[in-house]
Ligand binder design. Structure first.
Ligand code: GDP
Length: 534
């Protein structure tokens, strides 16, 4: 039986995982997919990675550095809900990409290493979530290792993130003595079954045993661990706030679950909590025909936005895929969608991303992410709708913190290089600036590693050897203001201005002193570090 648009939309959960490298994001992702039945055996995410790596050279960086540089989405169904898990790159040089991916998520899972608590990257990503009021469920991972006292972990979350913490479960010891956790809502004990990390057995959900003083539990769990659990769980229930769904939805409170992703423990409980508590697709502020409007997920018209472009996913086809997050309406294959600047797209081959494969999507609903193959028509931040008159408050472009001049070894290949850099900049990972004077191509990035990725990709995908040299500029700012004043400024500052990929005016300064001086002298113009795309 098919479901109606409101029913389909209401069962979507689109979320991302935030964590510090090594906390266990990859392991948890794999086990969530396993729990959701999207893959049969843990290990297949990595196996697929290996296949991809052999078919695409630039992934070499991923392998050599052990980082993930591409964001993707995986869809699976569990207990009647449809989950879209957005994969965010973990390395800090790619935080801009991560930021954009989070604009497409309705909620997040924060994974903490139970021995380490809040780490720098967790904090940074959390701040992005807070900026967008994204509700967060906390998963305290690696309980099968010696962990910090759970009270200390929760206190740290409370203090460093200014979030109320409400444990849904309470752990019974950690490390070798780890026995499971008590469900604080039902009073049942979830038994930790010590499976080997490479075990082929994957229990559905933890076995639940009543904690009613009968012998069944005492027979299976070390009595001293149980005694300690009774005591600490009572302290937790008394001293910590009860879970308040509304407060969670507003981003003030985080429910907490303990577990071990590697040992498949707590993962089902986490997935059930996402299904039960995490919000369905949120309403989206928009501008329609110049009027402010809120787009609701059940609105009939299909609307959404592009939060990521990925070029050359398949190097044999030089393809270019825009990741489209649907905000409202029932999408059907073959539909015509328009950007707010009037470009028309016939969406014949939308892709859905399952754990192991891509598939053609015949239908998609709010919260879903589909890949739209295109040849350059789509940009990060573009709104798409059937009517073509919807604009969303854009996904910002950030002013890069590092600028370099791109030079190709073979001067005959200058044109090729231009094409390659433009295409990569369209993905939104780096910026490309053209100074008003000369033919330099200035590439801007948020982190140094991005230049290495660019270099590898330009070599692998375009067969060009590119060098990134010191540039005569170190600061870039977008300029806006009165058209005449802007023209006059550009005219007067030819050696310190240029345009970005979209042809929008940019100020290029030698250093921050230079930039501050110029900004002070031109109070009528606005110099910004982000460019909101509308
Ligand atoms: P990521 O960098 O956050 O993606 O972390 P990974 O998922 O790659 O995990 C980092 C390391 O921690 C790997 O060696 C994992 O096997 C290990 N790990 C992940 N989860 C657990 C867990 O629950 N228990 C234990 N003991 N190790 C884990």
């Amino acid at each position: 039986m098919s479901l109606s648009l409101p029913e389909e939309a209401a069962r979507r959960r689109t979320f991302a995982i935030i964590s510090h490298p090594d906390a266990g994001k990859t392991t948890l992702t794999e086990n969530l997919l396993l729990a959701g039945g999207a893959i049969r055996l843990a290990g297949q995410v990595a196996a697929r990675g290996e296949r991809r790596r052999t078919s695409s050279d630039w992934m070499k960086i991923e392998r050599d550095r052990g980082i993930s540089v591409s964001a993707s989405v995986m869809t699976f169904e569990h207990e009647g809900n449809m989950f879209n898990l957005l994969d965010t790159p973990g390395h800090e040089d790619f935080s801009e990409d991560t930021y954009r991916t989070l604009t497409a998520a309705d909620s997040a899972i924060m994974v903490l290493d139970a021995a380490k608590g809040i780490e720098p990257q967790t904090l940074k990503l959390f701040e992005v979530c807070r900026l967008r009021d994204i509700p967060i469920i906390t998963f305290v991972n690696k309980m099968d290792r010696e962990a910090q006292d759970p009270f200390d972990i929760l206190e740290e979350v409370q203090e460093k993130l200014a979030l109320d913490v409400a444990p849904l479960y309470w752990p019974a010891a950690s490390g070798n003595r780890f026995a499971g956790m008590k469900d604080l809502r039902t009073g049942e004990f979830c038994l930790f079954k010590k499976l080997a990390a490479d075990s082929k057995e994957h229990p559905d959900a933890a076995e639940r045993i009543k904690m009613d003083g009968s012998n069944s539990l005492a027979d299976r769990v070390d009595p001293s661990v149980l005694e300690e659990l009774e005591l600490t769980a009572e302290l937790a229930a008394d001293g910590l706030p009860e879970f308040d769904h509304q407060s969670y939805l507003e981003g003030h409170m985080t429910p907490v679950i303990f577990g071990s992703a590697l040992r498949h423990f707590g993962v089902h409980e986490l997935l059930s909590a996402i299904g039960e508590f995490a919000p369905p697709p949120r309403p989206q502020k928009a501008e329609v025909k110049g009027n402010e409007k809120v787009i609701e997920r059940d609105d009939k018209q299909v609307t959404g936005f592009i939060f990521k472009i990925q070029a050359n996913m398949d190097p044999n086809h030089r393809d270019r895929v825009g990741f489209f997050r649907i905000s409202s309406g029932e999408f059907k294959r073959g539909m015509k969608l328009k950007t707010s600047s009037g470009k028309l797209l016939n969406v014949h081959n939308p892709m859905m991303f399952l754990a192991q494969d891509r598939e053609i999507a015949d239908q998609a609903y709010p919260g879903d992410v589909i890949g739209i193959p295109n040849h350059g028509a789509l940009r990060v931040g573009d709104a798409l709708s059937e009517s073509g008159d919807v604009k969303f408050a854009g996904i910002p472009n950030f002013a890069p913190e590092l600028l370099r001049r791109a030079r190709v070894k073979d001067p005959m290949k200058q044109k090729h290089l231009k094409k390659a850099l433009e295409s990569l900049a369209e993905e939104g990972v780096t910026q490309l600036f053209r100074p008003s004077i000369g033919s330099d191509m200035i590439v801007g990035a948020v982190g140094a590693l991005q230049f290495e990725v660019m270099k590898e990709r330009v070599a692998a995908e375009y067969g060009l050897e590119v060098e990134f040299e010191t540039a005569p500029y170190n600061v870039a700012r977008w300029i806006s203001g009165d058209a005449d004043k802007l023209d006059a400024f550009m005219d007067k500052n030819k050696s310190q201005s240029g345009t970005d990929l979209d042809g929008d005016p940019v100020y290029l300064g030698k250093d921050s002193w230079d930039a501050n001086y110029t900004m002070d002298k031109n109070p009528d113009l606005r110099f910004t570090t982000t460019k909101e795309r509308l």
